[in-house]
Design a protein around this ligand. Structure first.
Ligand code: SAH
Ligand code: DHB
Ligand code: MG
Length: 224
């Protein structure tokens, strides 16, 4: 079984269950045209995020790693009236394209895009005291996943969900000797998760148009 087959099946799922839509298509096109790395979630994954946020009934969403705003659009569309998503992006070029893509999707009023490094912006969010996030999507640099998770947990409540992208990385995650900072970050994250009594978590491997990777999903089960 090859990546070509995974991609064909992903395209089939996309066609069958995730109908194309001008704003999402335009977001990908504009991101590609601007030379952004094509590492956004796939359409089927975007809808998966959207459904999870809806299942959760999320009114306040936090995203770490905006890129061109593709996942932001999927998540923002899951919000009820009066809901809001805060999304953090360090690269001004990415943030610029994201702003345009989010605008074109008619989602400006729902999206609070913060330009800056997540480790600088997260403490600001914590001190703003706007209440807990119901749903957090962690999808920035992988070496700092543990730190992002600790902040996300601080900004959560009992019942919040934290989803983390790219936790399998072609299976390299089982290489205990890896010195790759991304792999070390993910492994350190799993150790923290395993030792954290206030959460219940698992990870799911995925294949598709973006290759072989996975999501971790965390439910906050205790008061924070
Ligand atoms: N969530 C997006 C993809 C994000 S790609 C989607 O699925 O559509 C990862 C993004 O994280 C990139 O845009 C990168 O610039 C950003 N990033 C990397 N390090 C960061 C940091 N320290 N703080 C904030 N953003 C960061
Ligand atoms: C990379 C980052 C991502 O968020 C992703 O989904 C895939 C790849 C990367 O930095 O290579
Ligand atoms: Mg990702």
């Amino acid at each position: 079984m090859t990546e070509a087959l995974w991609t064909a099946v992903d395209n089939y799922i996309h066609d069958a269950l995730v109908p194309s839509d001008t704003a999402l298509d335009a977001a990908i096109e504009a991101s590609n045209a601007a030379g952004l790395p094509p590492i956004q979630v796939t359409p089927s994954q975007g809808k998966f995020l959207h459904l999870l946020a809806k299942i959760q009934g999320a009114r306040r969403i936090l995203e770490i790693g905006t890129l061109g705003g593709y996942s932001t659009i999927w998540l923002a569309r899951a919000l009820p009236e009066g809901g809001r998503i805060v999304t953090i992006e360090a690269d001004p070029r990415h943030a610029d394209i994201a702003r345009k893509n989010i605008s074109r999707a008619g989602l400006d009023p729902l999206v609070d895009l913060r330009l800056g490094r997540a480790l600088d912006v997260l403490p600001e969010l914590a001190s703003e005291g706007n209440g807990a996030f119901d749903f957090t999507f962690i999808d920035a640099d992988k070496q700092h996943i543990p730190e992002y998770f600790e902040f996300a947990l601080k900004l959560s409540r009992r019942g919040s969900v934290i989803l983390v992208d790219n936790v399998v990385r072609d299976g390299r995650i089982v290489d205990t000797k890896s010195r790759d900072p991304d792999i070390m970050g993910i492994r350190r994250f799993n150790e923290i998760l395993a030792a954290e009594p206030r959460v219940s978590a698992t990870a799911i491997q995925t294949v598709g148009a973006k290759g072989y990777d996975g999501f971790a999903i965390v439910l906050v089960t205790e008061d924070i």
